[in-house]
Design a protein around this ligand. Structure first.
Ligand code: BG6
Length: 466
């Protein structure tokens, strides 16, 4: 093995943890909040779990932040529920909603925890959805209005902003995360509108706030060819460009990745441009850093074009569909899997980080990485050694990537506390803090630090006392 001299993490490294609004807050219809598409999804799937309370973070954020401080977190990544502050998606401001995030930010700062604010994490206001959602260009203006409100009200205290969480997952796996489109053509039109919204927001952030930093937050992973057959290698390259580079190239260069643009035109999926779009995209390409969510790599082979390349299964963001003439999903037999069949690939994490750094040379934040598992509370304790093992392997690879020269300034695993999974209920847990509830029996929602909480606490203590 290539020997590496590991260096210690810098003392200002932002060890953090992540959540998103609809997955932790609850309080979906209190204090003037308007409905979002996620509330509607919860209502449509009452058989999976009780979405209404989530982890009740809306009412218990002080208790939660105190625990984050006890864990030693230096950063906490959360999202603002758009429809909590703008119930109809635009227009009238809900001051009670604005105050909630203001209080949350103050509470974090009280403990010297850096707030990392995601503007948009899967939860479009339902009012905008009813006007066509991201198919409608008017949603771009609404997003910019929302971003402006966020910058005005929190920009004095928040230094790190993320634009859109996993835009690529919303476009490619919308059925898993609640974003719908009727065709690929429509999905790429939505993507185009999101790109414009993101570009205008990055520009606005820099116009309004002198010291704030802003970046995109797609789900980025390396794609392996199934074999060294050159046709498999091209297929992997195709899928890497379509799944990942499109989104980072747009944020960084303000242009469509040329491989992907040709693919879109070839298939008739290319979005309609309006006059001025190209300039907006270019002008707004001002990321200060790149944030990535990483769970596992993917493996693909050349398409066989035999009618079986598309393996469509009802939605999970880790499932690949394949596409005639482009790629076919393959299985990587070198990797183990989680109990939810997600691959585990810590070395792929290092590869991914190196690729991103190589291409863009911007500092990297990891805004998600983690293990979803059915934890068990036994005698008041949760022994989640498997999560510790998973995180440790990934952190080791992150450190190796740093030794390779990759600039990484923050690691925010998923999740700070247990929360509702995007489509697999509450039983799929990711948190350092166990929330005592079942799918439908909400119990007392007590907060119980897991074994991984104390492990992370030790790790942070050990790496920051330099
Ligand atoms: C990411 C999302 O796709 O993966 C999170 O940004 C999500 O919102 C996480 O919860 C884990 O996925 P899931 O489907 O297990 O909740």
């Amino acid at each position: 093995m290539f020997y590496k001299q590991l260096q210690s993490f810098p003392s200002d490294f932002l060890w953090g943890a992540s959540t998103s609004a609809f997955q932790v807050e609850g309080g979906a219809d209190v204090d003037g909040k308007g409905p979002s598409i996620q509330d509607a999804m919860g209502a449509r799937h009452p058989d999976i779990t009780d979405f209404s309370v989530a982890s009740d973070h809306y009412h218990r954020y002080k208790e939660d932040v105190k625990l984050f401080a006890e864990m030693g977190l230096k950063a906490y990544r959360f999202s603002v529920a758009w429809s909590r502050v703008l119930p109809a998606g635009r227009g009238e401001v809900n001051e009670a909603g604005v105050e909630f995030y203001s209080n949350l930010i103050d509470e974090l700062l009280k403990y010297n925890i850096e707030p990392v604010l995601t503007l948009y994490h899967f939860d479009l206001p339902q009012a905008l959805e009813e006007e066509g959602g991201w198919n409608n260009r008017a949603t771009i203006d609404a997003f910019v209005e929302f971003s402006q409100l966020v910058f005005e009200r929190y920009g004095d205290r928040v230094k790190y902003f993320l634009t859109i969480n996993e835009q690529n997952v919303m476009i490619l796996h919308g059925n898993a995360v609640g974003t719908k489109s009727e065709s690929k053509k429509q999905a790429y039109q939505q993507a185009h509108h999101m790109f414009l919204a993101q570009a205008r927001t990055m520009k606005l952030c820099h116009d309004m706030l002198d010291t704030a930093k802003i970046g995109p937050a797609p789900n980025i992973i390396s794609v392996y060819p199934e074999s060294c057959n050159p046709e498999d290698v091209i297929a992997a390259d195709n899928w890497m460009a379509i799944r990942c580079w499109l989104y980072l190239d747009m944020a960084y260069h303000g242009e469509y990745n040329s491989l992907v643009w040709n693919y879109l035109c070839d298939r008739g999926y290319q979005p309609d441009f309006e006059e001025g779009d190209a300039e907006i995209l270019k002008e707004g390409a001002q990321p200060d850093f790149i944030s990535i969510n990483y769970y596992a790599t993917m493996t693909v082979a050349a398409a066989r074009n035999d009618g079986n390349d598309v393996t469509f299964r009802e939605g999970d963001q880790q499932i690949m569909y394949g596409e005639e003439g482009v790629y076919r999903a393959a299985v990587n037999t070198n990797l183990s899997k989680t109990e939810y069949s997600w691959f585990i690939d810590p070395v792929g994490f290092r590869t991914t980080l190196r690729q991103v750094w190589d291409k863009y040379r911007l500092p990297i934040m990891i805004s998600e990485n983690g293990l979803g598992q059915k934890d068990e509370l036994v005698d008041g304790q949760v022994d989640d050694q498997y999560r510790i093992d998973y995180l440790k392997l990934h952190i080791d690879q992150m450190q190796l990537a740093m030794a390779d020269g990759v600039e990484i300034f923050s690691y925010c695993p998923w999740a700070a506390l247990d929360l509702v999974s995007t489509h697999q209920g509450y039983g799929k847990r990711y948190g350092f803090i166990y929330i005592d509830r079942e799918e439908f029996d909400l119990k007392e929602l007590a907060r119980i630090p897991k074994k991984s909480f104390y492990w992370y606490q030790d790790l942070i203590k050990g790496t920051t006392q330099v």
